[in-house]
Write a protein that binds this ligand. Structure first.
Ligand code: HEM
Length: 473
């Protein structure tokens, strides 16, 4: 039997959804937390362009829970360690993801792990977890090393590249091979520009909010659908050829084809397609942006690069990391740089939810059916939790300092039953790319480059990351 999925969302028509939201907001039985609750286009625009200062200012004025009216609806934000723990762990059952203000993602991902809730989420996660066990992830090392080495072989000292674009291509090739067992240079995968299609699909989420409401030809929605259908053809053709041949590998697609929950329920082709698309989405820009932000900071901190190089010289035999070193994260300096990068720039920066029942937090009531978000980005930048948050200081994450952090203070991978399922894969990928890159090159950022951050759907360098490649001293 197949696992039974959720009912379709009653209204993906954006205008009908807006009216339903307004109706529900009006019928709230308790007041919203204090904040800025009058409609304001400048505030909505500011949130779309540069949300971090807006959230930090509101935290200063109103404390750890506040309301901002964004576009048509009140959105409650809960920031700081207690808030993160409340939403992701202690009261997670009172929140849905599916009806959050990220519900548009269903148009691309369908009902994959990210957009489902409750019992279906629990069972789907159970069915998928074996694919993310330590040993399975360890089996991906060869692909990660192989692809990173080929990508590095193409770099030449003195040249200027966009590190963000370079890492995006690399991460997509790694995902195609390690997660889905597809050879990007052969067969259908070769003839389809999966990377281009994926970029086309994702561009919907960074387009203007008002444009995202439109449907019909030539709209961002139409471009999203077009790209999603082309990607579907690639995924379905792989599913059917694997089902027909019975061929299985070490990849996650193989596992999904045979996955079942505790009652023996299996996944339909549509559910597998949705999970594949979700993993591609959730795993793609997150690792890519982390690598880009890490090397942006390193380019401005030569003293940290010197420590990383000294660590490599002392610990890598013949300049190459072993699989065990990459898996365990035993390169302690690199690990601290990694943690600090995810503190300052957690790619999945907002945890979108909708409350089910009314609740109270920090002395304020919140209605049921309200949009409620936690935000790792804002929480990691609170000066009362991380002193001088704008400074890049890896020593915040010595093992002792890390152990002393309050519960919920550091949540780059979320928490509770929705903790990032790809965390180990993402960590291994970032460590592999960073270690191999540092072993061969140092990178500098042109002096006139000013980092701008795009926030949707994950935070990433808005205009890429230009770097100049130098031979490692
Ligand atoms: C540095 C890399 C990554 C970061 C920082 C990251 C961060 C996150 C965060 C914060 C969440 C929870 C979101 C929420 O609470 O609403 C999440 C969920 C998720 N991530 Fe990641 N992620 C990373 C890499 C990956 C990779 C490589 C994959 C896939 C191979 C992946 C797949 C997922 C999935 C499927 C979920 C949904 C889990 C669930 O709801 O049960 N992530 N990720």
């Amino acid at each position: 039997m197949a696992l039974v999925g959720p009912p379709p969302l009653l209204d993906l028509n954006p205008f009908a959804a807006v009216f339903a939201d307004l109706r529900e907001e009006r019928s709230a039985t308790v007041p919203f937390p204090p904040g800025e609750t009058r409609f304001s286009l400048p505030r909505t625009r500011r949130f779309a362009d540069d949300p971090l200062p807006l959230l930090l200012e509101a935290y200063e004025r109103f404390g750890p829970i506040f309301t901002l009216r964004l576009f048509h609806s009140n959105v409650v934000f809960m920031l700081g360690p207690e808030a993160n723990h409340y939403i992701t762990v202690s009261h997670a059952a009172n929140f849905t993801w599916r009806e959050s203000h990220f519900r548009d993602l269903i148009g691309l991902m369908g009902d994959g792990l990210l957009t489902i809730d409750g019992e279906f989420h629990r069972r789907s996660r159970m069915a998928m977890l074996p694919g993310f066990h330590r040993e399975r992830i360890a089996a991906s090392i060869d692909v990660m090393v192989d692809e990173s080495t080929s990508a590095l072989d193409r770099l030449n000292p003195g040249e200027r590249i966009d590190l963000y674009a370079w890492t995006r291509r690399l991460a997509l090739r790694i995902a195609m091979r390690a997660l889905f067992g597809l050879d990007p240079d052969a067969g259908t995968a070769h003839s389809v520009d999966a990377a281009g299609l994926f970029e086309q699909a994702l561009s919907f989420f960074s387009s203007d909010y008002a444009l995202r409401m439109l449907r019909g030809p030539y709209t961002p929605w139409a471009r999203l659908q077009q790209a999603a259908r082309a990607l579907d053809r690639l995924i379905y053709s792989e599913i059917s050829s694997r089902r027909a041949s019975g061929e299985r590998g070490e990849d996650i697609l193989s596992l999904l084809l045979d996955a079942h929950d505790e009652d023996g329920n299996t996944l339909t082709d549509l559910q597998i397609r949705d999970e594949v698309m979700t993993l591609m989405f959730a795993g793609h820009d997150t690792t890519t942006s982390t690598v880009a932000f890490m090397f942006y900071e390193l380019a401005h901190h030569p003293e940290i690069v010197a420590r990383l190089i000294a660590e490599q010289d002392a610990q890598l035999s013949g300049g190459q990391p072993s699989a065990a070193q990459l898996m365990s994260g035993e390169l302690a300096e690199l690990e601290m740089v990694f943690d600090e990068t995810l503190r300052k720039y957690p790619p999945a920066w907002v945890g979108p939810r909708r409350s089910i029942e009314p609740f109270e937090f920090a002395g304020h009531s919140v209605p049921g059916r309200a949009f409620v978000n936690y935000s790792s980005w804002a929480s990691h930048n609170l000066p009362d939790v991380f002193a001088d948050p704008e400074e890049f200081r890896p020593e915040r994450f010595t093992p002792e300092a890390k152990a002393a952090l309050a519960k919920g203070a550091y949540v780059p991978f979320g928490g509770g039953s929705r903790t990032c399922i790809g965390m180990r894969f993402g960590q291994l990928e970032v460590r592999t790319i960073a270690t191999l890159l540092l072993a061969r090159f140092t990178l500098s950022v042109p002096e006139d480059f000013k980092l701008k951050i795009r926030q949707m759907p994950t935070i990433s360098p808005k205009e890429g990351l230009p770097v100049i490649v130098h031979e490692r001293a």
